[in-house]
Design a protein around this ligand. Structure first.
Ligand SMILES: N[C@@H](CCC(=O)N[C@@H](CS)C(=O)NCC(=O)O)C(=O)O
Length: 292
């Protein structure tokens, strides 16, 4: 699919770790002609060659800035010579009634799916945006990104996004990882709310976007998934994340630790203090596959 898109507008550029972090804006077709913004970190290697790219999907209430500012990923990405792309978490300004009524649905909460509920389906297409349009826009804009070396990671709702996109797009991402991801949304309040709103078929249709439901479809593939969460995470304790269900489904589908590694960490919560503690290990996980 080819996306005729308006030129990227550069909003800011900062020198960081010998490379640059640049913020761009452009009008997105898949988001129904709304403007969207993203940050891209280009390591110094990008001055002379195409570099591998790691997409970071942020969680509920976040923007394209949250991971860039608070994740602490840039130093390690620079050391590995990997670009980072930080997209927004939803369309903005769709003006769908109700989209700004709560923090866990609508604006800032796109759930990385394609909506089928008519009210939302023109704009809420974060799945196609992340997996198809944005990579093509990066390429056609001449940014020095190697489209054959992509991986993806994320936090919470963005962790759900990273794992499901990896499962739904075989061959597109070499590896996926997540901090505190929502892993079985059809069994959790956040998922019921999101799927009930965005999908014409509600939670039943949501099974198509649920990592625990999808994992068995990947039988026979190499997955290279790493997941970390903290046992003091209030959303884990409230059963929004349900990592145990995902591990059980992964093991039942024949995936061992080499394909799907899930670790619990004592005392850590849902915050960016947890993410930044383990960020280095996640970047190194992806570097192993991106630079193989
Ligand atoms: N606003 C919510 C919390 C939302 C929240 O924790 N969001 C997570 C993602 S699920 C996050 O990363 N927030 C941004 C931040 O910590 O900077 C509340 O008041 O309970």
């Amino acid at each position: 699919m080819s996306f005729q898109h308006a030129a990227l507008e550069e909003l800011s550029r900062n020198h960081a770790f010998a490379g640059y972090i640049v913020k761009y804006k452009y009008k997105s077709k898949t988001l129904g002609d709304l403007s969207t913004q993203f940050n891209i970190f280009l390591p110094k290697e990008a001055e002379s060659a195409s570099v591998p790219v790691l997409y970071y999907l942020a969680g509920l209430t976040c923007t394209e800035d949250t991971g860039a500012w608070k994740g602490g990923f840039l130093r390690d990405a620079a050391e590995e010579g990997i670009a980072l792309v930080f997209p927004d978490t939803s369309p903005r300004g769709a003006n769908v009634p109700g989209e700004d009524d709560s923090w866990d649905f609508g604006t800032g909460a796109g759930f990385y799916l394609n909506a089928t509920e008519p009210k939302f389906s023109k704009h809420y297409n974060m799945f196609s945006f992340i997996t198809e349009e944005l990579p093509e826009v990066l390429k056609s804009s001449g940014l020095p990104i190697d489209p054959h070396r992509q991986s993806i990671f994320g936090h919470s709702m963005g962790g759900h996004g990273a794992i499901t996109l990896h499962l739904l797009k075989p061959g597109q991402y070499r590896s996926a990882s997540a901090f505190s991801p929502i892993l079985n949304p059809t069994q959790a309040p956040w998922g019921h709310k999101a799927f009930g709103g965005y999908l014409a078929g509600g939670t039943e249709e949501g099974k198509k976007w649920d990592a625990t439901e999808l994992i068995s479809t990947a039988k026979g593939r190499r997955l290279n998934i790493r997941i970390d969460y903290g046992d003091a995470d209030q959303f884990y304790q409230q059963k929004q994340l349900l990592p145990e269900n995902f591990v059980a489904a992964a093991r039942a589908a024949g995936f061992g630790e080499d394909d799907v590694q899930v670790q619990s960490h004592s005392g850590y919560d849902h915050s960016y203090y947890f993410i930044s503690t383990f960020g280095r290990e996640h970047i190194q996980h992806h570097a192993k596959y991106l630079k193989a």
